[in-house]
Structure formats: structure tokens, C-alpha cells
Design a protein around this ligand. Structure first.
Ligand SMILES: N[C@@H](CCC(=O)N[C@@H](CS)C(=O)NCC(=O)O)C(=O)O
Length: 217
């Protein structure tokens, strides 16, 4: 039987993982719909015309709504499910502030670096990778410092800000290019707290798709 929540996703997508993790840790019985990203599904006219004009994954379908952008999906789910949401207007703004930082810097530089390192053909220019890793390190250092003083990103409990920043926290070091515990110990301890949430699973267990061995390491 078709499930109430459908998430278009694939295993390598950390942005989709943010929404998948929210559904899993909220105890929702949801359905993953595989997107064949590596064979160009999101670049085709069908995807861009009918599903998401931005050409991206994830896409959430629920009660006739079709939502894109992981931050919007997380916000929608927090409202609908009453989980991982804000408890005040100030907290709501603070969560939005961190989700914007995540989308612009914390996720996006690492996701691009990892894409080139693991999946791109031809292999990227080393200077491009050096630049992206430098920007990743800058964003990761900011979050590591924040988490030295705070158990969670906003407030004293996990919120959708944590689930957003956790998008790429559980992919293996051979994919991301660094070992979290040795390089960013506060982020590693925080990731462990997230991994202890009921319902947590790693991205390859939660979303469909064949594993691909890193191509350009
Ligand atoms: N800000 C977006 C980023 C989504 C995104 O970049 N998704 C990747 C897969 S992880 C994608 O579909 N990329 C296609 C492209 O950039 O053309 C979000 O948080 O949903």
C-alpha cells in the first residue's frame, strides 16, 4: 500500500538524508522513491518540467503537496509531525539562521568536494579540490567551535537544525576525505548524539541505491 509520505532520494544524497533522517527519527512509516541521479534523471526534462524545476533531490510528496529544498521539507515536517521543531519565535529564527549557514557553506562545500572526489568523471583539477576543502574546513571549524559549548546546534535538544547539519556527517572518511573524530572532535561527539536518536540509521541503510567506490581518490 502506498505510504502517506514519499521521499524522492538516493543513497549518496546527503541533502535527501536530512529529510530521510527526520522521517525515520520521527517514527514515520515513509516510502523512499529511488532517483537515478547518476544516470541523469534530475537533468532530464521530465524531472525539471514535472517534478522539480530546480533540478534537485530531495523532493517530498505528502497529501498532494510537493516540496523541495531540504530546509523547507524539514520545516514542513516539524510543523506536521510536531517533532524537532522550535519552541519559540526566537528559536525558530535561530534554527533558520543555522539551516541557511548549512545550505550555503557547511553542506555545500563538502558536498561538492565529495562529489568531485567520489563520483565525477573526468577527475577534478587538484586546485579546485584544494579550494573546496579550504572552504569546507572554514565552515567545519565554525561549527566545531559552536559545538564545544553546546550539545546541540540550537537550544538544549535536537532540532531540525541538527538534522540539516547532519546531512553529510555519516558518510565514510574515504568519501569525505577526513576523519571526523580526529579533525573535528566536537562535531564527532555531536554526530554520536544524533546517531543515538531512536530510529537513526546511516544514509546507505535509509535510502535506496547501489554503493559506488570513490573514483578519484
Ligand atoms: N539546497 C538544496 C540542495 C539540494 C542538492 O544540491 N541536491 C543534490 C543532490 S545531494 C542535487 O540534486 N544536485 C543536482 C544539481 O546540483 O544539479 C537542498 O538542501 O535541498
Amino acid at each position: 500500500m502506498s505510504k502517506e509520505y514519499k521521499l524522492h532520494c538516493f543513497a549518496q544524497s546527503g541533502n535527501a538524508y536530512k529529510a530521510a533522517l527526520m522521517l525515520a527519527c520521527s517514527g514515520v512509516d515513509w516510502e523512499p522513491v529511488f532517483v537515478d541521479f547518476f544516470h541523469g534523471q534530475t537533468r532530464g526534462q521530465e524531472w525539471r518540467g514535472d517534478v522539480n524545476e530546480m533540478g534537485e533531490v530531495p523532493v517530498l510528496e505528502h497529501e498532494g503537496n510537493r516540496l523541495t529544498q531540504s530546509g523547507v521539507i524539514l520545516d514542513y515536517l516539524a510543523d506536521r509531525l510536531g517533532t524537532f521543531g522550535a519552541q519559540s519565535e526566537d528559536e525558530k529564527r535561530e534554527i533558520l539562521r543555522w539551516i541557511l549557514f548549512d545550505n550555503h557553506k557547511f553542506t555545500s562545500y563538502l558536498a561538492t568536494y565529495r562529489y568531485f572526489r567520489c563520483f565525477a568523471t573526468p577527475a577534478p583539477h587538484p586546485e579546485v579540490q584544494k579550494y573546496l576543502m579550504g572552504r569546507t574546513e572554514a565552515a567545519y571549524s565554525i561549527v566545531d567551535k559552536h559545538l564545544a559549548q553546546n550539545a546541540y546546534i540550537v537550544g538544549k535538544r535536537p532540532t531540525i537544525a541538527d538534522l540539516s547539519l547532519a546531512g553529510y556527517a555519516f558518510y565514510p572518511a574515504e568519501e569525505t576525505g577526513f576523519d571526523l573524530p580526529t579533525t573535528y572532535p566536537n562535531i564527532a561527539r555531536w554526530a554520536e548524539r544524533i546517531a543515538n536518536l531512536p530510529g537513526w540509521k546511516d544514509p546507505y541503510a535509509l535510502m535506496p541505491g547501489e554503493r559506488i567506490a570513490p573514483r578519484n581518490v
